[in-house]
Design a protein. Sequence first.
Length: 269
Amino acid sequence: MNKTAWRGLLVALFVPIGSYFIVKLLGEDAVQMPPKYFADSVVTNIKDGKTTYDTAWHSIPDFTFTNHLGKPQSLHELEGKIVVVNTFFTRCPNICPGLTRNIKKLQKSFENPKRKKFGDTSVVYFLSLSIDPERDSVAALKKWADRFFVNSDSWSLMTGDKQTIYNLLLNDFKLATQDGEGVDSNFIHSEKVMLLDRNRVVRGFYNGLDSVDMGKLAGDIGKLYLEKDRRKPSIFRQYIPLIPVLATIPLILFIVMFFLNRNRKKEQF
């Protein structure tokens, strides 16, 4: 086998492998993913002298409220979507209008008209929970939605039982831990916008009146969209049995080239 053939074989063998390890090493922590909030439990495992931690993150439980179209809607219906949640009330004179306008801008930036024919306009869904549900009727919510040109394909304004909504915000979203003394358990009024991943784990709190914070929220939505769901098996799992076969191909090529080259030398003599 001449030197050119040897070099070609070495390139074919080691370049893909080397490239894989370079990308793997340099790619780790290259993108800072949004953190997960509120662990339910942490289990410490010690094996072979190494300590690992298995964390069970708090997941927002399913709930059902009535949206601005007068239809019951649950969180479970949004399975597979990233969800952005905020609070508001229609009699709010200052914070809520500005907050709603900013969310409208965010919603518009994620709309994809090409997907409308499939009944899905976005990878993210927006939920606005009324903190004054006793006065925020379906009609009041619809009026608010029309005022701000809410796209009902991926945004719902919701009303329901006040105690249920407040328990959800205080005990599951733990809004008081983010707003501190600014949260009144009798009347929650916050500009915070909350981000949920596909597993309903809280991944961020943002100031809905701050353009920089809303820009960060947009970026974090994009990151979560690309995040792999570890609970689902890889699409490549079915090809695992083929790995040994694929690994032997370079060896077979090497042996074939070796004997071909050897036979050529014999024919020359």
